[in-house]
Structure formats: C-alpha cells, structure tokens
Design a protein around this ligand. Structure first.
Ligand code: NAP
Length: 480
C-alpha cells in the first residue's frame, strides 16, 4: 500500500501563478471502485482567456531565460519530483487506477524526461550554412538560430498523466516557451499538483498554466485560440483529427493510437520474450499506446510460445491499485471496460478461442489471450486499449510483414529473431515510426525519438526532437 494517503480535497486550477476556481465543479473518482478522490473545477471561456493572457506574459519571461537558466529550472523540477515521488505516484494511481508499482515507475520516467529536457536546453543550437556552395552565395555568410514560438498548448490523455505531460512541458521550457496544459478530464490531479512544484522550482509566473474541464469544451476553447502558437496533443485518432482540422497554419504535433504488433520468428529467445509480452500486453491493463496487441507467431514456435504465455499471464495478481502486490487493476471507467468486453464477445461470436481471461468485473477486465481471430475484427485491427493479446500464426516472414504493414496505424512494431540479416530486412520493410528488434513494441526510453506514421500521428516526441517542433528556425544572412 502507498505510504502516502490522499484525503479528499479540492484541486484548483493554476493560472499566472494563482489558484483559480469557478462555480462549476467535477468529482474525480478512483476508477477501481468509483470512490471519490478529489474535486476539480471546470474552466469556461473567461478562464481560458485569462490563461492565454497569463501564458503570453509567461512566454516573454521564458524566452528571456538563458539556456543554462532553462536547464537549471528543469533540473530543479527533477530534484523536487524525486523528493515528492511517493505523493505523485499515489495521485497518479488514484486518478488513473494504475497499479501503484507502475505509477512509481511513471514518476521515475518523468524524471528521465526532465533530465533529457535539460540536456536539450543546453544543446539548443543552429548551424552555419555554406552560402558559397552556390555562385550567388559567394561572399555571404549565414547561420541559423532556434527561437521560441510562444504559447504551447499541451493536451494530454489519461493513461500517463504525469510523464506525457512532462514530454510536452519539458521541451517547451527548454525551447523558451510557456505552456497551457489541459489534462484529461478523469486524471487532472498530478498536473494540478505539478503546478505547485513548477512554481517552487522557480519558473516565471505564467510559464505553466493548468486548466481543467472537458475536452470538447475547455480543450476546444484552447485549440481555437489563435494566440496559442502550437498544439501538442497525445490522445485518440478521432480527437487528433478534430484538432488538426482547427489549427490552420499553426504548428501541431499529434501522438495518436496504435494496435501494436510483434513478430516472433522460430529462433526467438522465448525465455526473454514471453515475460516481456506479459508485461507489454497487460501493464496498466493494456491502456498504453504501444501495448502489445497482435502477436504474429511463426508456426514452428507458436505452440510453445502460446502455452508459456498463457501460463505466465494466469499468474498476474488482480487487485486494488494502491496495494503494492497488484499487477492488474481496473480500466479508466466501467464504460471503457464494457466496450473492451463487447469486442471480446464479438470475437467469440466469430469463432475466436479464449485461451485465458475474457471476463469483466465492474471496470476490471481479466488479462485475456485470444486465438483464431479474423483480422478484420475490432479486437485485432482497431486499438483495443485494454488487457487483450491476439495470437496469429504465419509461415513466411514476408507474409507476417505484409499483414502488419496492411494495418492503419504506424507507431512502433517489434521483431524477434537471432538472425540479424532477417531482422534488418524486416526493419527496412516495416512502415512504422519505430522498429524494436528483440523486444516488445512497448519498449521506450524517454529520450529516443517517438512518434508514428499513418493514423498514429505527425511529429516526434523525445525532448531533443520535440524542441525542434517547438522552435522557429531563423536564418541570419549577411554580406561579408
Ligand atoms: P482522448 O479521448 O483523445 O483524449 C485526449 C485529450 O484530449 C484529453 O485531455 C481530452 O479531454 C482532450 N479532448 C477531447 N476532445 C477534445 C477536443 N474536441 N478538443 C481538444 N481536446 C479534446 O484520449 P484518451 O482516451 O485520454 O487516451 C487514449 C488515447 O491516447 C489512445 O488512443 C492512445 O493510443 C492515445 N495515446 C497515444 C500516445 C502516443 O504517444 N502516441 C500515448 C498515450 C496515449 P477529456 O479527457 O476531457 O475528454
């Protein structure tokens, strides 16, 4: 059990260094059992306008900080996060229903994101341009510099409420921008607590503003405000498409969904990859954008993989998210769990075999493994975002690659083989933002470039890459 207890209390919004309340409130509940955890406020148009004005002042102040000062701010945020790690982990677990052990890991990863962001601040630079490579450039000199773009609106999903926020705030600060953050409606608590941490770390007023409320109201007001220079969004494909249709000529990064696949060749190291699949498919009940959903097994290895995978999955401990031993807890709410259950039932009716799991209790779905699933069904070709793995069989590697490439998403994919030649050929053929060899597609470190092709989105995260998206490249050219 977490050593920090969170008594139910209110979490006001944070704008321009001040706590902000409205007359409209919302209760945040523990997804596992629906018990109330905290109360937050719903922002209206006036509050969003106030946040934009505060963020304009914040952007001017952030742009005035030298790179070492931006890096110092991010390093201080990391130090404070390490100090308050257990409180943040408890908040994350309480708002999202994520097992506390995974929430603690998220806090550790958030610190890594801050370390990488501080590094990106110190390393922010342009380049010299060899103007005289063209005849009309003779006698000219030029260089590029990276300048802040202004206000960055960060809109984040429920599944990693702290670290996905950090992937936007960290690079935005490194670039010299201010942030208006709209966390997911169900999971705003860690962001609202983060506001106090950022203030304590010494950020200028207005550098970070946290505004809460439903996406279609508060989120839309922020996205539609032309004074916001860039929207960096992580979430679902339909909302990403809606945001894209509204940004016009402004900058946008969209980190969207996936139905991640892993290809397992006959020479794969099963002792290594089977437990990785158990973690990769069922962490946070599969509510991870790169959760292992489709596993393509070469016929020679399929039976052995399947029996080991089923046996290890059955050992997972289901329970209350704040219990230390819990490995599987609830989904974000009962509606989402009912949707996942209906997709499992649809597969059953189409002849799928349930090898383990398949049941729902309230918002909790038992870790589920399915076989004989027609690939056109939702549970395989759409993003399930629940604790479900679908096993497929194949003969030739080329066939598995073609089936994986035929999908509509393109975030990350995994290939497991000891044969480096085959691994490289597969990596070259797979049309994804990232190809992970000899591990699950759910593998990620926070400084690597991360983002998708096709319906998985546009732009890249990982602080060094996000900073490029969050700065204007300016050319300065002069006649010698
Ligand atoms: P979501 O429903 O798309 O919501 C994401 C955020 O957008 C929330 O803050 C939401 O607010 C807000 N929003 C909703 N409608 C909006 C609108 N019209 N204008 C502006 N903002 C709006 O996603 P989710 O259910 O929280 O998260 C699950 C999805 O995120 C999955 O598809 C998953 O794959 C994806 N994801 C992707 C990555 C990645 O890096 N590629 C990482 C994690 C998750 P409300 O909560 O108030 O509706």
């Amino acid at each position: 059990m977490s050593t920090v207890s969170i008594a139910r209390r209110e979490f006001p919004m944070w704008i321009g260094g001040q706590l902000v309340r409205t007359s409209s409130t919302q209760t945040i509940t523990l997804p596992y059992d629906g018990s109330p955890v905290a109360d937050v406020y719903v922002a209206d148009a006036a509050v969003v306008e106030r946040a934009v004005t505060a963020a304009e002042a914040g952007a001017r102040a952030m742009a005035g900080l030298a790179l070492y000062e931006r890096a110092g701010l991010l390093e201080e945020m990391r130090r404070l996060l390490a100090r308050d790690a257990e409180e943040f982990a408890t908040l994350i677990s309480s708002e999202s229903g994520k097992p506390i052990r995974e929430a603690r890991f998220e806090v550790e990863r958030s610190q890594q994101t801050l370390i990488a962001s501080a590094g990106a601040a110190r390393d922010l630079h342009g380049e010299a341009i060899p103007m005289d490579a063209a005849p009309t450039g003779k006698g000219r000199w030029a260089m590029t510099v990276r300048e802040p773009i202004g206000i960055v609106a960060a809109i984040t999903p429920f599944n990693f409420p702290l670290n996905l926020a950090m992937h936007k705030i960290g690079p935005a600060f490194a670039a010299g921008n201010s942030v208006i953050h709209k966390p997911a409606e169900n999971t705003p608590l860690s962001a609202l607590r983060l506001a106090r941490l950022i203030q304590e770390a010494g950020a200028p007023e207005g550098a970070y503003n946290a505004v809460t409320g439903p996406g279609e109201l508060t989120g839309d007001l922020i996205v539609s405000n032309e004074r916001v220079a860039m929207i960096t969004f992580t979430g679902s494909v339909p909302v990403g498409q809606k945001i894209r249709s509204k940004v016009g000529l402004r900058r946008v990064t969209l980190e969207l969904g996936n139905n991640s696949s892993l290809i397992v060749e006959p020479d794969a190291d099963l002792e290594m990859i089977v437990p990785r699949c158990v973690t990769g498919s069922f962490s946070h009940s599969g509510q991870v954008c790169i959760s292992v959903q489709n596993i393509y097994l070469q016929e020679k290895v399929a039976d052995e993989f399947t029996s080991k995978f089923v046996e290890q999955t059955r050992r997972l401990r289901i329970g209350h998210p704040l219990e230390d031993a819990t490995e599987i807890s609830s989904l974000i709410n009962v509606n989402e769990a009912a949707r996942v259950e209906s997709w499992i039932d649809e597969a059953r009716r189409s002849g799928a075999k349930v090898l383990t799991g398949g049941t729902r209790q309230g918002a909790t779905i038992e870790p589920t493994i399915l076989a004989n699933v027609p690939s056109h069904l939702n549970i395989s070709c759409k993003e399930v975002f629940g604790p479900v793995a679908v096993l497929h069989r194949y003969g030739a590697l080329e066939d598995a690659i073609a089936r994986v490439n035929a999908g509509e998403y393109g975030l990350q994919v995994g290939v497991c083989t000891q044969d480096m030649g085959r691994a490289f050929r597969a990596a070259q053929s797979l049309r994804f933002g990232g190809v992970i060899v000899n591990d699950v597609p759910a593998y990620r470190v926070d400084h690597m470039p991360y983002g998708g092709t096709k319906k998985s989105g546009v732009g890249r995260e990982g602080p060094r890459y996000a900073v490029e998206e969050m700065t204007e490249l300016k050319l300065i050219c002069w006649r010698a």
